[in-house]
Ligand binder design. Structure first.
Ligand code: FES
Ligand code: FES
Length: 156
């Protein structure tokens, strides 16, 4: 066991972790942040996605020790001053979820995508999120929500 300092959603935590501990495990089991989901555990589905220094990162494939000191954002930390992020608002407005299992990872993937590409076409949105699987098949509404959020972010 060793101690790592993890900055999550603006708060610093000192955690005792095994060398093999994943970021997903630390977030869910040690910090009680269960928004990031365990899907495949193999980097293939995107349900565990969080932001690490603004980059969409598969937390199931990330050793917690490797992100010590980095700024980590989970879905729980995306709202600011009691206001949902425009991507969260757009997902709700477009009804872009059914069971919601993929939604936290999908939203954080979309936030990172819009940072890289502020005015994406529909095909750029689909390509940008293609590593995120939605078993409920809400892809058309997800693409619509991300396009709508891009429009909102452009005028704010
Ligand atoms: S659980 Fe991490 S990519 Fe599927
Ligand atoms: S809304 Fe159910 S997996 Fe995407």
């Amino acid at each position: 066991m060793h101690t790592v300092e993890l900055k999550v959603n603006g708060a610093t935590h000192r955690l005792k972790v095994e060398a093999e501990q994943t970021l997903l495990g630390a977030l869910r089991e040690q910090l009680g942040l269960t928004g990031a989901k365990y899907g495949c555990g193999e980097g293939q589905c995107g349900s565990c996605t969080v932001l690490v220094d603004g980059r969409a990162t598969r937390s199931c494939q990330t050793r917690v020790a490797s992100v010590a000191g980095a700024a980590i954002t989970t879905i729980e930390g995306l709202a600011q001053d009691g206001r949902l992020h425009p991507v969260q608002e757009a997902f709700i407005a477009a009804g872009a979820m059914q069971c919601g299992y993929c939604t936290p990872g999908m939203i954080l993937g979309a936030v990172a995508l819009l940072k890289r590409t502020p005015e994406p076409s529909e095909s750029e949105i689909a390509r940008g999120l293609e590593g995120h699987l939605c078993r409920c098949g809400t892809y058309p509404r997800i693409v619509r929500a991300v396009a709508q959020a891009a429009g909102t972010l452009k005028v704010t």
